[in-house]
Design a protein around this ligand. Structure first.
Ligand SMILES: NC(=O)c1ccc[n+]([C@@H]2O[C@H](COP(=O)([O-])OP(=O)(O)OC[C@H]3O[C@@H](n4cnc5c(N)ncnc54)[C@H](O)[C@@H]3O)[C@@H](O)[C@H]2O)c1
Length: 275
């Protein structure tokens, strides 16, 4: 059987493709021959995407949390491109809403809902008829997070909506299986991006320790998650649906284990108070 990772002749729509993981997915899909549609709400990102990917690809300034904007985007896709094979629901944000749950407000819950879950519903509902009409199946990939599989203190509402994506992914895999439309998710661990400035948060004198925090000793790169998106979008994963790939350098497998400065494994935190 030939190894078929190419996406020639496929049309892929990536939400939030202007930065971070989304941007890496756009680049990978374009390189593999897909026609890429990007729905991105930041005008500066739209301009830079136009420069790099304009021409064959369709770059749309769209806020995917707005129902009317999603409808307008799909009207344009139908008119200008006429088909869709792959949908990557990549938009998501913690909104820097870290706080004890008892202090969070319903307006914060609403904002987190809009940017993490509502658009997944809007985009998927709009995409299904178009993918189905293509008659050759398709692939939908939702960006979850590793925090949907373990706790994250102070961000319980964010993690609730991300965990909802995982459940939604499973159920949609059942609904769309008969159309050979596969639905999967990616759960990334801390990945350097516009939203997550991972390295900058670690004081320079502590950075030597990063290599011991994850079994594969570094933070994620957007390209790490894009690799999973390529697998899930391509024919390589043609019998894979309803699942979530953890792109986490082994963090979930490690649980609380990490390596000591002496390179031994421990699950006891090393706390030294030298003051
Ligand atoms: N970076 C991480 O550590 C990490 C970890 C786990 C999961 N994730 C998830 O991966 C996905 C991508 O994260 P990232 O860190 O690459 O994000 P990012 O913030 O770096 O990039 C997101 C992109 O989406 C665009 N965008 C935001 N809201 C939009 C909207 N309403 N409509 C259209 N475009 C919009 C932004 O302008 C930006 O270009 C998110 O769902 C996030 O929750 C990220």
């Amino acid at each position: 059987m030939p190894v078929d990772v190419r996406l020639d002749g496929q049309v892929a729509l990536v939400t939030g493709g202007g930065a971070g993981i989304g941007r890496a997915i756009v680049g990978a899909f374009a390189e593999l021959g897909a026609t890429v549609i990007v729905a991105e709400n930041n005008p500066a990102h739209v301009e830079s995407l136009q420069k790099e990917f304009g021409g064959k690809h369709l770059i749309s300034q769209t806020d995917v949390t707005e129902e009317a904007a999603v409808a307008a985007l799909f009207a344009r896709v139908k008119k200008e491109i006429g088909r869709l094979d792959i949908l990557i629901n990549n938009v998501g944000h913690h909104l820097s809403a870290r706080a004890p749950f008892e202090n969070t407000t319903t307006s914060v819950w609403d904002a987190l809902y809009r940017v993490n879950l509502l658009h997944v519903f809007l985009m998927t509902q709009a995409a299904i008829p178009l993918i189905r009409a293509g008659g050759r199946g398709g692939s939908i990939v939702n960006l979850s997070t590793i925090e949907a599989f373990r706790g994250i203190p102070g961000l319980s509402v964010y993690s609730a909506f991300k965990a909802a994506i995982t459940g939604y992914t499973r159920s949609m895999a059942l609904e769309l299986g008969p159309d050979n439309i596969r639905v999967n998710a990616i759960a990334s661990e801390t990945t350097e991006s516009e939203q997550v400035k991972a390295l900058a948060r670690v004081p320079p004198e502590q950075r030597d320790h990063i290599s011991r925090w994850f079994p594969i000793g570094r933070f994620g790169t957007p390209e790490d998650s894009a690799g999973a998106a390529v697998y899930l979008a391509s024919n390589l994963s043609r019998w894979v649906t309803g699942t979530t790939i953890h792109v986490d350098g082994g963090a979930l497998a490690a649980g609380g284990f990490y390596r000591t400065p002496q390179n031994k494994w421990t699950h006891f935190p090393i706390i030294s108070d030298e003051t």
